[in-house]
Every structure is written in C-alpha cells, then in structure tokens.
Design a binder for this molecule. Structure first.
Ligand code: SPV
Ligand code: MG
Length: 576
C-alpha cells in the first residue's frame, strides 16, 4: 500500500477506482488472475487490479471465449478480492448476455467487493480481440448503450464504475465510428472509455485521444504497442494504462521452464534456488496471521502447543543397559520410554515436539519429533540442552519443558497444559523425604498440598538443584518433588528466554540444571503455579526404576495392548 496516501487508502475500493479514473495523473492497473497474483500485484505497489478475461480463462485452462461461466469468473474474483484490498476492475467481456445479464452482474460484483466492470461492444460469446479481430461482429450501438444504462441504474454504490470498451478500431470500422460510439457510450453513462487497438504503434490511439479532447477518462491497453514510451500516453492525456496479461505470461514461462527441467533431469536440485521458497508461498498466504489467530481462538491454545524434551543423558546408574542407546530409548512395556512420552504429548494436542539428544542421539527414533543435538552433552547440563532447543528462535506456542525419562497418567499433562498461568509445574506431594542430599528436585511451595485448599493458588518457592550449596529453605521439610514438567504459556515464553539468556552469561552455565532455571525465574519475580499430584508418575533414574516402570506403563496402556505387551515381555522383551 502507498503510505503517502492514507486518505486514498482508507476510501472504499470503488471510490479509489473512480478516483484513479478521474484523476489528472496517469494511473496504472496490473493484471491478476487469482488470489496469489492479486496479492503479488498489491505488494508490487500497484493501486488497482485488472481482472483480465484472457488471464482468468487461461489460468482455468480454457479459451477467452466465455468458456468459463460468469459465475465461475465471479467466484474467482472473490478470491482475488480477499487476497488483496486493491480495487479490481473486472474485464466483463460483453456483459455475458443482454442488459438484464449486465444488471445482475453489477449487483453480484458489488456484493463481492469488486470496484467496477469493463464491458466491450462485441457479441456474446466473444473472442479475444487479438484473434482475428477484424472478423468479429460488433454489438449494435444502441443496444450496447442500453446495457450501460441498465448497469448504471442497477448499481447501489455510487462509486461503482462502468467502463465502456470500444472495439471499432480492432474490428476495422474506422476512427469516426470509434469516436461516434465512444460519445454514445459516454452519454449513456459510462464512467470511462477503453479504446483498444491491435497495432504495434500507438498512432490510432493517439489520434483518438486528440479527437476525444478530454470528454471523459480514457483507458488504454498497450499490449501490442508496448514499445511506446509511457510519457507519450501521459502527454496524450490518457487516464489509465492497463498492463493486461503480463503476470499470466510470466507465470507460464516460469512454469514451462521448471516443468521441463525437472522432467528431463529427474531431480529438483537444478531448480530449487531459482524458484520461490516454500516459505515465500506461506508468507503470501499470510500463514503467520493464522498462527496468531490460533493462539487467540483455539481452546487453551492446545493445538498450537509444543514441547521440549530433554533427552541428552545416558543415565547414571543405567550404564549396563545404555551401551548403544540413550536412556530415553530404553524399552518399557514394549516401546521406548521416549515414545510413551511423545504419545502422551500427542494425546493432549501437543504436536510440535523437540527432543534434545546428546549421548547416542543417533539411536533416537525421530518419528513425529524434531531432534536437535547437544553436541557438548558430555560436559554440559540440562540448561545447555534446553538452550539448544530454544536458541535463536522464539518458542513456538505454549511449551511444555519435560525431562525425557518420565511416565505419567494422562490427566497430569492435561491439567498442566490447561493451566492459564505463565509458568506452572507439577509437584508430587507424596515425596517429601529429602534426607538423601544427592536427590534433587525437591520442591518448597507457598503452601502444602491440602484438599481444603482446593482451588487456591499455590506457588513454587524453591527447587533443590544438583549444584547448590544447601540453602536456608532446604533445612525445612519440602512440600514434595518436582516431577520434571514445566508449562510455559503466553508471555511466559519471552520471560523464560530472557532468564535463560541471563543464566547463559554465567561462567557455571554448563553445569546448571532445570531447578536452577526455576529458581532463577522465582528470583526474577515470576510466579510459578504448582499443581500437586499424589503419585501417578514415574521417573527412570536407575535400574530399579527401570524395572518398575514396565508395570506402571502397563497400567496406562489400553487393556488389549497390555495383554499383547505382557506376552511380548514374557518372551524376553523389556526388563520387568
Ligand atoms: C483481457 O485482458 O482479457 C483483455 C485485453 O480483454 S486484451 O486481451 O488485450 O483484449
Ligand atoms: Mg478480455
């Protein structure tokens, strides 16, 4: 859009088209033939679109002989009007019938936001003027005047424009006839005259313009006399130039070249760099707007949900079974631990899952996930892995950050992703024995788990980290254990990235774990909502956990699958 002309832009499309026709400036219209090309015309800076009959028929793969029905044309225009807010002047051929068809056409065009129509004084069904134009019969002048009057009388928007196209020069009827008809059409109410010529020089157009002497706006289509300097049209007092078919022709030659190349070389490598990127197509379709709307309107933003799963570790205490795979690929009740987690996410509509691998990342099953690798996994901790997943990019949608070695009942994740809080965590209140100092992830909260508190918000105050010196709060009995699930919602995403960025600047960043991030968020003043559970989950931290995980997983699986998996395990599957 042209930012220099706000008043023009805010006017209705029909008012803008009319303004172009009557302005003293030379104006330009560019052909478009579908929604995508209409968008492209707008982005190029044009102020209006020519809905070319030739180009619209061609993109349907039919001839410019009214083979596409007028309602098909009008449906196509609707896509164009939706894709671009520019005024569209439809090339309405002969009006698709008599005066009555023109009346109905005008009403339907107004309903679809089309700014005007051009009708030509030939007979229905027409043929393109450049195909044997002399042989084409012209309409009776008076009958055509009736069509113009009928169209003008049926418009309800005073700015809707009807342009009358004079074909007398094309058909070889001479200059006098062209002028006679143009004058009659002007008197019948036409808002502008389109004078067409198929000569390669502009002579007859310029002569017409001289004789016409500014009686009303003149529109021209210099397809054949294209080498004429545009300044010549300006000096001749032309109102509007239509570049009538150049996008359909550009698309055609590009498609021909690309199809031929792919067919002959049987590969895409020769064309990839010379054609629009898929992302460019998404941009033209306004895909970003869809994502924003999804955030706004989809229930709890669940369909837009994403997850980051930390799965870089081999698993201390699990060396015996993780020679050739990371902990998350250990089989539990017939499928890898990671697959249980991925399936649980998908069940809650969390489909965009990024897994951060490290140790034996090559052994991770990547079906349905994005794998990023923390190459420095041997020297770094959980936050370095998390940074691999969120670096650069903004977190997409609401995000669950999860340990990779978790099994849980499905309600736990459901309740977490439905939380409205910017940050929320799941804390198991059945685990409060923090005696063993080597066990981390114990959680201290604003209140203990208590059914009497149901509905009251509890917030996280501290989580024990692997690195920290014992803090004052840690001398008190914890309220439970953080299970390794953090949900980050809405604006929480940017705030989490900011805090992670600050931690990254610390010299000990490589050794930091997830509790360090939670504690840093709390110190930064963030409120982290606690959702208490009482059991119903398992972490896999050692061989004993691994053995018990099978039973837990069986209990989560559908009955039929459980029977099958139990049979598989009995024949030497997972350790049980
Ligand atoms: C069109 O673009 O369909 C026109 C202009 O009518 S022309 O093809 O030059 O006749
Ligand atoms: Mg046409």
């Amino acid at each position: 859009m042209n930012a220099r002309e706000p008043a023009f832009v805010s006017a209705s499309r029909s008012a803008r088209l009319r303004q172009m026709l009557v302005s003293n400036e030379l104006e330009f219209m560019m052909e478009a033939h579908n929604g995508l090309s209409a968008r492209i015309v707008r982005e190029a800076g044009f102020k209006a679109i020519w809905g070319s009959g030739l180009a619209i028929s061609a993109q349907f793969g039919v001839r410019d002989n009214n083979e596409a029905s007028w309602t098909q044309v009008v449906d196509n225009l609707e896509f164009m009007a939706d894709a671009s807010d520019l005024p569209i002047l439809l090339d309405g051929d002969t009006g698709y019938g008599n005066f009555n068809n023109v009346r109905r056409l005008v009403r339907k065009l107004e309903q679809r936001g089309i700014a005007g129509v051009c009708i030509e004084d030939k007979q229905f069904p027409k043929t393109n003027s450049f195909i044997n134009g002399e042989a084409q019969p012209l309409a009776d002048m008076d009958e055509f005047c009736g069509k113009i009057k009928a169209g003008k009388d049926s418009q309800s928007d005073e700015n809707f424009s009807i342009v009358a196209r004079v074909e007398a020069l094309i058909a070889g009827w001479g200059m006098d006839e062209a002028l006679r008809r143009a004058e009659a059409y002007r008197r019948a109410g036409a808002d502008a005259i389109l004078i067409h010529s198929k000569l390669s020089r502009p002579d007859e157009i310029l002569e017409f313009a001289r004789e016409w002497a500014g009686r009303g706006p003149l529109v021209i289509v210099p397809t054949k006399y294209y080498s004429t300097p545009t300044e010549v049209f300006r000096e001749a007092g032309i109102s509007t130039v239509i570049w009538a078919n150049h996008l359909i022709r550009a698309a055609t030659s590009a498609m021909q070249a690309v199809a031929k190349e792919i067919h002959s070389s049987q590969t895409l490598v020769n064309v990839e760099d010379s054609i629009a990127a898929v992302n460019e197509i998404f941009r033209l379709q306004d895909a970003d707007e869809y994502s924003e709307a999804e955030d706004r309107y989809l229930t709890s933003g669940r369909a837009a949900g994403s997850a980051v799963v930390l799965a870089a570790s081999r698993g201390a205490g699990l060396e015996a079974v993780t020679e050739d795979r990371p902990k998350v690929m250990l089989p539990i009740a017939g499928k890898p631990l990671l697959r249980w987690l991925v399936d649980a996410f998908k069940k809650q509509g969390v489909n965009d899952i990024t897994v951060v691998g490290g140790y034996r990342a090559d052994a991770i099953d990547t079906a349905g996930i994005k794998l990023v690798v923390n190459e420095r996994h041997a020297q770094t901790g959980e936050l370095a892995s998390l940074a691999c997943a969120v670096q650069g990019d903004k977190l997409a949608g609401d995000t669950v950050i999860s340990y990779g070695d978790l099994l849980f009942r499905s309600y736990i994740l459901r309740d977490l992703v439905e939380s409205e809080a910017a940050f929320s965590v799941v804390v198991d209140s059945s685990l409060t024995d923090a005696e063993n100092a080597s066990v981390r992830d114990f959680a201290w909260c604003s209140a203990a788990d208590d059914r009497g508190l149901f509905g009251n918000k509890v917030t996280l105050r501290h989580v024990s980290s692997g690195q920290e010196a014992s803090s004052a709060i840690a001398s008190q009995t914890p309220h439970g254990r953080w299970v390794g699930l953090l949900n980050v919602r809405g604006e929480g995403r940017e705030r989490l990235q900011a805090v992670l960025g600050q931690l990254q600047a610390r010299p000990d960043f490589d050794s930091l774990d997830m509790p360090a991030l939670l504690n840093a968020l709390i110190e930064a003043g963030e409120s982290i909502e606690v959702q208490y559970v009482h059991g119903h989950w398992r972490g896999v931290n050692d061989l004993e956990d691994f053995r018990r995980a099978g039973d837990f997983a069986h209990a989560q699986a559908p009955f039929a699958a459980t029977a099958v998996n139990k049979a598989a395990d009995a024949t030497g599957g997972a350790a049980q």
